[in-house]
Ligand binder design. Structure first.
Ligand code: CS2
Length: 469
């Protein structure tokens, strides 16, 4: 079978770009061209280009992977997204990416693109841990490897914040136009978070640069949602059967997709509403709903699955007792949420249960279980603190924390930026028969949880009921 590229003759049932990808000019630089971006933002951009045109092609950069970049180049930047729903599988070819850059090998090229006046939006999906956020202050973590590297060597940055600041410094110096930086990672107030980190790093370099960024650069927050499991050989075989070509970058995902964006752009934007994006003044209520109901339940499912030897989210949901546990978690989250415009929260919860149970989606619990230190604060700790402050015992949240700690103790290879500290704490916890060593890890738990002895006792009770230590 031949490799997918512009010459591929696609079967009629395959959806494809309704514009000429070869004629598309760039307007967006995206950092982090992993599966999520390619199945979400790039699809919205494809639909926006089809509906309204514009010079909004995506220059996709990867901070780590050289392979994705090589594969995109080999396929004329085309790839397939297979949506798997109750009505079967549908393939779409996405054509909105116009160039691919491996940041590790082509840093100057990436900085050129970031600095180019044609670039009016920089979008980001680099995962929570890549930003270098200090868990206590919420500001820049000076001990984060990329942050300290980029502060010491600002002209040759390796991390996302360093790249942004260096690009903005060059834009200011060269009299380039202001632009928008749009974060699409699962962090609360993601635009504000990135703005703060960028400003902190810029201030350390040059007050005038920080002042310019503060005045001219826009950092809208956005809520993104689509379940995109890591692609496997089965994904590529499925794609090949549908598109009749070999696509090394094929992805599979659910039919559901959502993107809610604050409409605050410095230099225009694509007509993403054509793909169903919703533009709002403030994304907070949407984001809290999604982070706590979807991602919080996901973390519960992941640690539950890992505990019970269930590899996939759908397998966890197929056990009635676990599915009921997930529903209970959602009920515990609901009192912490504000009303969300146009969304019926109980219907949203039922839809989530159905999405998690989708038999066609093979989403590994191990994939979601990784990076717990980066995920638990916004998914579990924040609602737990709110319920405790309101006088509730927040027992359901204690239960998720217990499952997480039990996972840290049991897992062979812990995939987390703080894995070493966690594993040391785990050994001490096992020796002492209490979760106290975890609570002693600096910045792991917020003080309000660290100081709540009753809530901590319920975690220990749960851990001993599980025979976790
Ligand atoms: C998941 C998310 O891996 C994880 O932590 O919870 O990637 C989740 O699938 C997406 O946010 C869904 O929009």
């Amino acid at each position: 079978m031949t490799r997918l590229d512009r010459t591929t003759h696609l079967p009629a049932h395959v959806e494809r770009p309704a514009f000429d990808p070869a004629a598309l000019k760039p307007g967006i630089v995206h950092i982090g061209i992993g599966a999520f971006h390619r199945a979400h933002h790039a699809v919205y951009t494809d639909l926006a280009l089809a509906a309204a045109g514009g010079d909004w092609g995506i220059v996709g950069a990867s901070l780590r992977s050289v392979d994705i970049v090589a594969d995109l180049k080999a396929q004329d930047h085309l790839y397939s997204v297979v949506t798997r729903g109750a009505d079967g599988d549908r393939a779409r070819i996405v054509g909105s990416i116009v160039e691919a850059i491996a940041a590790t090998e082509q840093r100057e090229l990436l900085l050129d693109r970031l600095t180019d006046n044609a670039t009016r939006i920089i979008t980001l999906t680099v995962s929570e841990k890549a930003y270098g956020i200090d868990p206590v202050s919420g500001g820049l973590d000076l001990s984060h490897a990329a942050v300290s590297h980029d502060l010491a060597t600002p002209g040759a940055p390796v991390g996302v914040i360093g790249l942004l600041v260096e690009a903005l410094a060059r834009r200011l110096q060269r009299g380039r136009n202001p632009l928008t930086i749009l974060c699409c990672d699962n962090l609360p107030g993601n635009g504000q978070v990135v703005r703060r980190l960028v400003l902190e790093m810029a201030e350390r370099r040059d007050a005038a640069l920080a002042g310019w960024i503060e005045r001219e650069i826009r950092f809208p927050s956005s809520m993104v949602d689509r379940i995109v499991p890591a692609a496997t050989d089965a994904t590529r075989a499925l794609s090949a059967s549908l598109i009749g070509a070999d696509d090394h970058l094929a992805l599979e995902t659910e039919p559901f997709t959502q993107w809610v964006i604050e409409d605050d752009f410095a230099a225009g934007r694509p007509a993403w509403e054509a793909g169903g994006a919703i533009f709002v003044n403030n994304v907070h209520a949407y984001e809290t709903m999604k982070l706590r109901l979807l991602n919080g339940s996901h973390s519960l499912i992941a640690y539950l699955g890992q505990r019970h030897g269930l590899d996939y989210v759908r397998e966890v949901m197929a056990v009635p007792e676990h599915a009921e546990r997930v529903r209970r978690h959602m009920r515990a989250v609901l009192p912490t949420l504000d009303a969300v415009p146009e969304i019926d929260l109980s219907a949203y919860c039922e839809q989530l249960v159905a999405r998690f149970a989708n038999p066609a989606i093979a989403h590994r619990t191990a994939q979601i279980a990784m990076d717990g230190t980066q995920k638990m604060p916004q998914r579990i700790f924040a609602p737990a603190m709110e319920r405790l402050a309101a006088g509730d015992d927040a027992a359901d949240f204690a239960d998720v924390v217990a499952l997480w700690l039990a996972y840290i103790v049991a897992v062979d290879r812990l995939d987390d930026p703080r894995a070493q500290e966690l594993k040391v704490a785990a050994q001490q916890a096992v020796a002492a028969g209490t979760s106290a060593p975890f609570f002693a890890v600096a910045g792991l738990f917020p003080p309000a949880l660290e100081d709540n002895t009753a809530w901590r006792a319920s975690i220990d009770g749960r851990l001993s009921a599980m025979n976790a230590f």
